[in-house]
Design a protein around this ligand. Structure first.
Ligand code: AMP
Ligand code: MG
Length: 393
């Protein structure tokens, strides 16, 4: 059987991506969605010369003189009076600067004299004015097509009055776990049974990637049942993830069932650890992954292959966060025939330390990991102090 280099598998998956359709939704619902069109500001920000502190608006040349108070300007009110020589207006943060004034000195730097006049009592003062259009100009593109929407972006949409937003539809991803030994988390496993962890981990990964997960349940190691759930999944989703049943055991018949269901298998082995039996195929209605049964392998293959695919399908050019940091100690492995992905933590000192784990079923160790490092084929060890690229997970 052919063991595909990881880069080749990645290329095959990414070349299979199709873009989801467009929909228009409320800006309040578009967190973690991807913009299908640029968003343009319909106004300058700030829209007027704005006071950035509570204080007194005056002419800088008059600073130090006793100033006549001519007006109080709350935020939201249009100033009514021009500030002339030896005059000032009391002004609140966010209010428009009155004509004639070229600065605002802070309340904290002022003293009000018994005469009612106001005097600057500080040693120096900034202008404390944010000029019209300083942040944004009307007509500026404030958010670009392809953007993965963050909470701060929603503030920009609100600012620009952009209440309906064009986005890509979320890819619908079906999740199935296969295995006679599996029970649901709410059940107590019997002898020789374990709880299904993969499906719930995958559902969370799908959500984090901005896609829509649909959990279809556990399927026992039975060809006919596996066939029917796979057919169902394909008919109602863009991407299908089935975990388990892709290894070489007597009951691992997911790949053959996929073929029977009309899936054209493009690869079924990657030269990587963990995740060697990762399988990928095309159906005219959906892209299908057979992910390894072990939870760590399933997690890692989702991050490496499925997440970039889901992002591409929504028009988002996602790049994982990668930090280049030194190893705390040396690390070596026994065999070098495959690319290895090693879970690591970053220490308080900013050094990289592999988590000690017993392999790809050891989820308690893996949950401590905050990143993974990659050792290519042929690389046996990394030395203490060597700079490695840590991919955040
Ligand atoms: P398999 O790929 O079906 O041979 O499974 C490999 C290993 O992963 C076995 O130890 C399974 O019990 C375990 N496994 C398979 N599916 C799951 C799952 N959904 N949750 C947790 N462990 C699983
Ligand atoms: Mg199994």
């Amino acid at each position: 059987m052919e063991f595909l280099p990881f880069e080749k598998a990645y290329e095959i998956v990414m070349n299979s991506a199709f873009e989801t359709e467009t929909e228009t939704i409320s800006f309040t619902c578009c967190l973690s969605r991807v913009l299908k069109a640029d968003i343009i500001s319909d106004m300058d920000m700030p829209p007027f010369n704005k006071a950035t502190v509570d204080g007194f608006a005056c002419r800088r040349v008059d600073l130090g003189a006793e100033l006549e108070l001519i007006e109080v300007i709350p935020a939201g009110n249009q100033p009514q009076k021009r500030v002339s020589e030896y005059q000032c207006s009391k002004i609140m943060t966010g209010a428009a600067i009155p004509e004639g004034a070229d600065m605002v000195f802070m309340v904290e730097d002022s003293s009000v004299l018994t005469s009612g006049k106001v005097k600057f009592a500080g040693s120096s003062s900034k202008n404390n004015i944010s000029p019209r259009g300083e942040d944004i100009r009307s007509g500026d593109i404030i958010l670009e097509k392809g953007r993965f929407v963050k909470p701060q972006d929603i503030a920009l949409m609100a600012m620009a009055g952009c209440t309906s937003v064009k986005v890509n539809k979320q890819p619908v991803v079906s999740v199935i776990s296969s295995g006679n030994e599996l029970v649901e988390p709410s059940d107590k496993p019997g002898l020789s049974q374990i709880r299904n962890t993969n499906s719930y981990q995958l559902m969370a990964q799908i959500e984090r990637a901005g896609a829509l997960g649909r959990y279809l349940g556990i399927v026992p190691d039975d060809e006919a049942l596996t066939y029917s759930i796979i057919r169902q999944a394909i008919s109602q989703s863009d991407v299908v993830l089935i975990t388990g049943g892709v290894s070489m055991g007597d009951f691992d018949f997911v790949p053959s069932v996929l073929e029977k269901a009309g899936v054209k298998i493009l690869f079924s082995r990657i030269n990587i650890q963990p995740g060697k039996p990762t399988t990928f195929g095309l159906h005219e209605k959906a892209l299908v992954f057979g992910l390894p049964g072990n939870p760590v392998s399933s997690f890692i293959q989702f991050e490496l292959l499925v997440r970039p695919l889901l992002c591409k399908m929504t028009g988002y050019q996602w790049n994982p966060v990668i930090l280049n940091l030194p190893m705390e100690d040396s690390y070596s492995r026994k065999t070098v025939d495959r690319r290895a992905l090693v879970p690591v933590v970053i220490t308080k000192e900013g050094k990289v330390s592999p988590v000690e784990y017993h392999g790809s079923a050891h989820i308690s160790a893996f949950s401590r990991a905050t990143g993974i490092i990659s050792l290519p084929e042929g690389k046996k060890s990394v030395e203490r102090g060597e700079i490695v690229s840590v991919r955040q997970i």
